[in-house]
Design a binder for this molecule. Structure first.
Ligand code: F0G
Length: 450
């Protein structure tokens, strides 16, 4: 059989409220063309993010009922601890309410003025948390990462030569850790190879610098390693995950992605002293060490999610869904970041709306075009998100795929809608900003069509 089916049956459904193009036109006007200001009920297919929007399994919901809500020493914490030790080989970890809480604790402890944090590509909250401490966040992606149509199998890799050059330039004492983001969200959900991770590890060892992972999408990364990297075809995703984490001294994780939960995060740390200091900060702002800002039921759901996310049938279906959508857009002539990544398809909006210059936000025009035509919510990652002082290297629109939430026919609908908007792309109009906050403006900016 060629078709890879969704490897689950549906037990509980949520209705989608269908809207007309006229409804959506009025909704867009009311929201001043910012999709973050549109109600979820007014969206037909929501591809704004893959974070926290997962459909949980019946076993996870059963876990929600089993959750032990003890303030200290919750059984659910110990269940999660067992799963993490088994899957990731880490003894010390703490739950947090989401990824950025882990980032804040970590960088509070190791960041600060004069420090430099290299990463293949910082996610925006990671960068913000690094910079909040006064440290400098440096992106060291390989050059292929910024060439949308170049099909490199591990486009998320870190540029190892650039890392060595950075260490030589600033000195290892100013670099408290090196971070590698798997998969690399910013460059298109692209994976990092084991070979690259080992090479980064070797550099870190040479200069005695710890290596941390931003491991939100660790399972998707493991699947790419298995299917693309020589020597891994016969290894299970679990074994690959274990090997990946064995190279790291710690990790920040948003469980809202590959934890298959709606809320939650993790901070893994090997160094007992750093772990102790992090626990003290956790208690200060998140909660006691056995719940870290989550309910016992959340820990239970996460423990089960971490088991399900490395199942082969799940990962095969997951990565194929993204590739399937990518192939359909490519065959409609739409330019995307290639090859398709793990959790999202990134449309090249500068190509899609080539008649709209960057200062009139082609990405935002495409986002609004897709919503108006079909009720699809996507996200601009270009000049709007970059803010007034940065010129992004690409104008992108991200179609992020929630986990286990939509079926193949939903993706067929998305592909049809994209093809239709693309066929009539000359009708897309540029945007101007009529009101925007000084930072993170994409969340609340208000636009008008030109
Ligand atoms: N790191 C990466 C690579 C991420 O993609 C995200 C979140 C975070 C850290 C922060 O985690 O949201 O739990 O605090 N990415 C989401 C997205 C928001 O839409 O890409 P968080």
């Amino acid at each position: 059989m060629k078709t890879i089916i969704e490897p689950f049956r549906i037990k509980s459904v949520e209705p989608i409220r269908m809207t007309t193009a006229a409804d959506r036109d009025a909704i867009l006007q009311r929201a001043d063309f910012n999709l973050f200001l549109v109600h979820g009920q007014d969206v037909i297919i929501d591809l704004l993010t893959d974070s926290g929007v997962t459909a949980m399994s019946s076993e996870q919901w059963a876990g929600v009922m089993r959750g032990d809500e003890s303030y200290a020493g919750s059984e659910s914490f110990y269940r999660l601890k067992g799963v993490i030790t088994d899957l990731m080989g880490f003894e010390h970890f703490m739950p947090t309410h989401q990824g950025r809480a882990s980032e804040r604790i970590l960088f509070d402890l190791i960041g600060g003025r004069n420090k430099v944090i290299p990463n293949n590509a910082h996610f925006d909250t990671t960068r913000a948390n690094v910079e909040h401490t006064g440290a400098e966040a440096v992106n060291l992606a390989i050059p292929e990462a910024s060439r949308p149509r170049e099909r490199h199998p591990f486009k998320g890799n870190m540029n190892v030569a650039a890392l060595e050059a950075l260490i030589a330039k600033v000195g290892p004492e100013r670099i408290p850790l090196v971070m590698v983001t798997i998969t690399n969200n910013t460059s298109g959900g692209q994976p990092v190879s084991m070979e690259n991770l080992r090479a980064v590890r070797a550099v870190c060892d040479r200069f005695r610098i710890p290596l941390f992972l931003d491991a939100c999408r660790f399972a998707e990364n493991a699947w790419f390693v298995r299917t693309r990297e020589p020597g891994y075809a016969d290894r299970s995703p679990r074994e690959i995950v274990r090997e990946m984490f064995s190279l790291a001294d710690g990790a920040t994780i948003s469980a809202k992605k590959d934890g298959l939960v709606n809320i939650g995060g993790l901070l893994l740390i090997r160094d007992p002293d750093l772990f102790k200091r992090a626990s003290n900060l956790l208690i200060l702002t998140e909660g006691f060490v056995t719940y870290g800002g989550l309910a016992g039921r959340d820990l239970e759901a996460m423990a089960q999610g971490l088991i399900e996310v490395v199942e082969e049938d799940y990962l095969g279906y997951r990565i194929r869904s993204t590739e399937y959508l990518g192939e359909k857009l490519l065959s409609a002539g739409i330019s995307i970041i290639e090859p398709p990544g793990g959790h999202a398809i990134y449309i090249d909006a500068a190509h899609f709306a080539s008649h709209i210059p960057a200062e009139h936000f082609p990405g935002q025009a495409v986002v609004c075009g897709l919503y108006r035509a079909a009720g699809i919510r996507s996200c601009e990652i270009g000049s709007v998100m970059a803010g007034p002082h940065m010129r992004p290297s690409m104008e992108l629109v991200r179609l992020a795929l929630p986990r286990r939430m939509y079926t193949q026919s939903h993706f067929d609908y998305v592909a049809e809608a994209c093809a239709e908007v693309y066929a009539q792309r000359k009708e897309l109009r540029g945007m101007r900003i009529i009101e925007a906050p000084p930072v993170l403006r994409h969340f609340t900016a208000r636009f008008a069509e030109i």
